[in-house]
Design a protein around this ligand. Sequence first.
Ligand code: AMP
Ligand code: MN
Ligand code: MN
Ligand code: MN
Length: 290
Amino acid sequence: MIDLHSHSTVSDGLLTPEELVTYAASKGVRALALTDHDDTAGFIEAKVTADRHGITLIPGVEISVTWHRRTLHIVGLNINPDHAPLAKGLLEIRAGRHIRAKNMADGLEKIGIQGSLDGAYSYARQGIISRTHFAQFLVGQGWAPNIRAVFKNYLVKGKPGYFEHSWASLEEAISWITGSGGVAVLAHPGRYDLGRTNMLLLLEEFRNLGGSAIEVVTGSHTVEQYQEFAKLARLFGLQASQGSDYHGPGHNYMDMGRLPELPDGCVPVWQNWPGIDEIAMQPQMKAGAY
Ligand code: AMP
Ligand code: MN
Ligand code: MN
Ligand code: MN
């Protein structure tokens, strides 16, 4: 099984890179991309662990992008984390995250929630600060019963803890990824709520800027969306990717090792990657089989 989207404690996952890779191996994942938000610091630890388990680790990242005032996520696969424009771009996004966090805390303070900045940082373990860390703090303090509810009531557009932030441009993210030798993948397109017209515009712009693939099978798509985005990938001549977007026990859309096969007619993003064919040929579940 190939899983090209996952998170560790370097971003908003619950498992360290070592724990994540060990868990993936135990669930039958044979090739894994670590794609932390805006940070590649987990790669070496993950690579050492992957070598120990005999699984293939693909260096990755999930870059936060602002496109027409909406946030999109662009996954980079087979990147070179040391490529200077990529490293510098990610460093700037992480700096922006600190500023956004301060603004989020100010918003929460206005409705009487004290201490959320320090509180959120206490959940950020090794790398970036994210809304997930605010969510963990708020749930811990009893402001909401669970992560889902806390996002809905405090951390999304129009709510007190939301602060509109400008991330990288789509062009920057794609050029950092491709400039480093990697391929750019539009993450979980079904989550953007763009409407048909804007989705078509996005896919066209993404492809024209050098994007290679879209996530067709992801933990945050429904079975119907697998088919919908398989069709759109074909229409735009884009390859297809698959990834669980695993964030840790209880914090995930889909457990590891549960990804169904890409729908027929998809060209897998890994088609020409060395050594991966053998892994891709291993049996996988059919969509809807569980
Ligand atoms: P950030 O990049 O700091 O804005 O945080 C985005 C992360 O928050 C996503 O990658 C998800 O892991 C998490 N997230 C976003 N929306 C939700 C939600 N409704 N419920 C749970 N987690 C969410
Ligand atoms: Mn996340
Ligand atoms: Mn994402
Ligand atoms: Mn993700």
